[in-house]
Design a binder for this molecule. Structure first.
Ligand SMILES: Cc1ncc(COP(=O)(O)O)c(C=O)c1O
Length: 410
């Protein structure tokens, strides 16, 4: 039997995740497995926590990964903090807001939603008014909506939630490590991210951080757990064992109380990805994502395609392009992949078939990737019969790069 070859063809991944893993990360993953209680591994756990605090921009005691994809982090935070009947407000401006609402409802929360048009975000006053009306225990919101390429400003929301004793839980899966995200300064109580986007690590872990306001809830619920026999029932008990943060955090204390078998190779990967970020520095990394996102935007505009959504609140790491009338977006993506080896993404919900999404995240966010994507897209659109300004896209990006304040060499 002929098995699928993993080495060919090679791909350039320009989706909003998963993106290309940093080669250093891949090398780290192939180092020998050691036991999860080996002192050397315990050091790796501590180093990962420190590095996560740097990337989350927090002094929180708790910053560690949940084993699983990003939604495992969302589920762990929500199912450990929501008790049946708790009011949870979810402002929705794209697909992943619905995911937060769904998880909250599975935790038996009393879920309140508010919805913005896809392509928009919420005004701070609108959010404040809804919070006053609903008086929720928790507001759960997405920072960067990969489905629309929009970013919800959080600073004012965070301040208001703190003043009103509301917990703010944020999905920063698509932004952390690529876009400035200030957990402490913005008064965010819990943040969840994923590895496969701006952190340039394969999918498989969900780093989280939370403060003592969240920990207080965990400790109260743990008391209930302790008072129960293994089979008894209490609706306040954290319903999941795997996602019970009160147990998982004990595993991340110096006592290392056993909860699960840590995904050792993934932790090597995460630590290496975070070290790469620390070496680059957050400031430089945010700047890199801004510069390449801008080059892509300038190139697309010069090419003559229309971008989805306004300039304001645009994510620098996800660019959403309208498909020219009469063209089939699936065919465009197939040509990009099969002829050029470049993967871009389709869309969800109301945008399905209407737009394609181009990511410029993590290790994929490089000058050569941007230029090749622009060149391939110009050729692909022309091949499928669209009228574009052949050659102008790449030239505009090249010019932008040449004139950029700091010459961009990667
Ligand atoms: C903003 C956002 N939240 C949550 C998720 C879910 O992540 P995962 O597929 O890693 O579980 C994604 C995935 O693309 C995302 O973009």
């Amino acid at each position: 039997m002929a098995y699928t070859d993993l080495n060919t063809p090679s791909r350039t991944i320009m989706t909003p995740g998963p993106v290309e893993a940093d080669p250093r990360v891949l090398r780290a993953m192939s180092t020998p497995v050691i036991g999860q209680f080996d002192p050397q591994f315990l050091n790796i756990m501590n180093e990962t926590m420190d590095l996560l605090r740097y990337v989350f921009q927090t002094k929180n005691k708790w910053a560690y990964p949940i084993d699983g994809t990003s939604r495992s982090g969302l589920e762990a935070v929500l199912c450990s903090t929501i008790e049946p009947g708790d009011k949870v407000l979810v402002p929705i401006f794209g697909r992943f807001g619905y995911l937060l609402a769904e998880i909250a409802s599975r935790c038996n929360a009393d879920v309140y939603t508010m919805e913005a048009e896809w392509g928009d975000v919420f005004d701070a006053e609108q959010l404040k008014a809804e919070i006053k009306k609903v008086n929720p225990k928790i507001v759960a919101v997405v920072h960067g909506e990969t489905s629309t390429g929009r970013m919800q400003p959080l600073e004012e929301l965070g301040k208001f939630c703190r003043e009103n004793d509301v917990l703010l839980v944020v999905d920063a899966v698509a932004t952390l490590g690529g876009v400035d995200f200030k957990t402490d300064d913005w008064h965010i109580d819990a943040v969840i991210t994923g590895t496969q986007k701006n952190l340039a690590v394969p999918s498989g872990m969900a780093p989280i951080t939370y403060n003592d306001r969240i920990e207080k809830i965990l400790l109260e619920r743990k008391k209930i757990e302790r008072g129960l026999s293994e089979t008894s029932v209490n609706s306040r008990r954290i319903q999941s064992n795997y996602f019970d943060l009160s147990q998982i955090q004990d595993y991340w204390t110096p006592d290392r109380l056993n909860h699960h078998t840590e995904a050792t190779s993934m932790l090597y990967a995460l630590r290496e990805g975070l070290r790469v970020i620390q070496e680059e520095t957050l400031e430089e990394r945010f700047e890199r994502h801004l510069v390449h996102g801008e080059a892509l935007n300038k190139g697309l505009k010069a090419m003559g395609v229309e971008l989805f959504g306004g300039e304001e609140n645009r994510m620098p790491v996800v660019t959403v392009v309208k498909v020219p009338d009469g063209l089939d977006e699936a065919k465009l993506r197939a040509t990009m992949l099969n002829q050029f080896g470049i993967e871009i993404a389709g869309a969800f919900g109301p945008l399905k078939g209407q737009v394609v999404r181009i990511g410029s995240m993590g290790y994929s966010c490089r000058k050569n990737n941007i230029l090749r994507t622009l060149g391939a897209l110009e050729a692909t659109l022309t091949y499928h019969g669209a009228k574009v300004n052949q050659g102008d896209g790449v030239q505009a990006a090249l010019e932008f790069y040449t004139n950029a304040k700091e010459p961009v060499t990667i």
